[in-house]
Design a protein around this ligand. Sequence first.
Ligand code: NAD
Length: 490
Amino acid sequence: METFTSHYIDGRWQAAGTGRIAVGDPATGEVTGEVPAGTAADAAAAVAAAARAFPAWSATPAADRGALLERLTGLLAARKDRLAAAIVAEVGSPASFAAAVQVGLPLATLASQPKLLGEVGWRREVGHSAVVREPAGVVVAITPWNYPLHQIAAKVAPALAVGCTVVLKPSEVAPLNAFLLAEAVHEAGFPPGVFNLVCGTGADAGEHLVSHRDVDVVSFTGSTAAGRRIGALAAATVKQVHLELGGKSPNVILDDADLEAAVADGLVKAFVNSGQTCTALSRMIVPRARLAEAEQIAASAVANHPLVDPATETSGVRPSVLADKLGHVGFTFALGPVVSAAQRDRVTGYIRSGVEEGARLVAGGPERPDGFDRGHYVRPTVFSGTSPGMAIVQEEIFGPVLCLQAYDGEDEAVALANGTRYGLCAAVWSADADRAAAVAGRLRAGQVDINGARFNPFAPFGGYKQSGHGRELGLWGLEAFLQTKSLQLP
Ligand code: NAD
């Protein structure tokens, strides 16, 4: 059991009040950790420390900040097994996926910062002006539980790199990894107040941080509902707000595509991390003439996604999994439980609603899977016979549920793909690269994967429409934490 009773504020562990938040193991339902429930006073102390640290940290040479981040990367790499175990125990990700992706990805993000710092256009002449980029100030980073350390690294690493100071409020559902990060930050020797960690709920610690007048930027990843509330709260003090929100991402399979590869790959990208992925390709848009064939392939490919105990899983997802041809037929990609009982009930509630609204189950269903009488397991589920207005087609389920949608003609495929309030991610499959690129250009989404291409953690990441605004990762991730100043020269 991992127990933390302090927040990390102003370079030291400061004892918290008596409020505690229990952290549950999704595979067993048992409590495996405990963290403090931060209050308004904790939020205020952390913001004050970050504000005090900002002048010196922002004036520290970029090379020195980069060197500290390099040291931090090394210290986290040395803790990678403990970090992966924490994420297995609090998120339920299978062990090999936790090691390769949940820990591997944030390490790659951290490691990339010193080089990216050299690519920022810090100064540019425009006529008689010099346009300079400066760190934006005190950043509040609020993160979700599904890829907890990745989402923290995507905000904290670039903010610190460019000279901002940070208050992190991680998800109260999966906070243990953030405490391990704070231990490494301390050991790395960052000056007091440059990085602060306050745990707690969104309604309490979160809202106090977002509303604080000394915060310059709020960088939020989470649900669209919380993003809307955060945007409204931050508006009162006219803060910069970056919102990385939900998705209902379409996978458009054109009529000339390799259907077997497209459907099998699509299942992996719908079910990865038990469907708890903001970019999950949760809608598969299939030519009506090939729907029956797609259903058959999907029904048999579900067998490639066995439910497992995440702690003992050994299917061997390697770091290079992101570079592999994921999902080719026969590729096994194991699923753990979903994160909590509430999440399981929400997902199975959607599965029931799909059946009630008249969609047809091709695989899975709402019943508890055989052999799993404890833990929050959901059967990987595929629906066909859907219509665009159904809740299972429109709303983010955040579980292993895939909806097939049939189309006649490319225009209808594009209309269906764009037909939700979200626009985070999309995919296109075609035997003709030009045709795929043309359809990708018509999709209203922040990233489009073509013919099974993999996620690129150095390309900009973010949403169109109600999937949010702002971009993270790569050079764009650093620029998100910069202000722009024009110096008019005589
Ligand atoms: P959530 O919105 O419930 O919580 C996310 C974080 O926000 C948590 O730290 C929570 O405590 C905090 N929070 C909630 N309400 C708040 C408020 N009023 N004020 C301040 N802070 C508040 O989301 P979740 O359940 O943790 O994560 C799942 C959601 O995140 C899904 O909708 C998913 O699509 C989305 N997500 C988006 C991305 C992306 O990059 N676009 C990535 C991962 C997850």
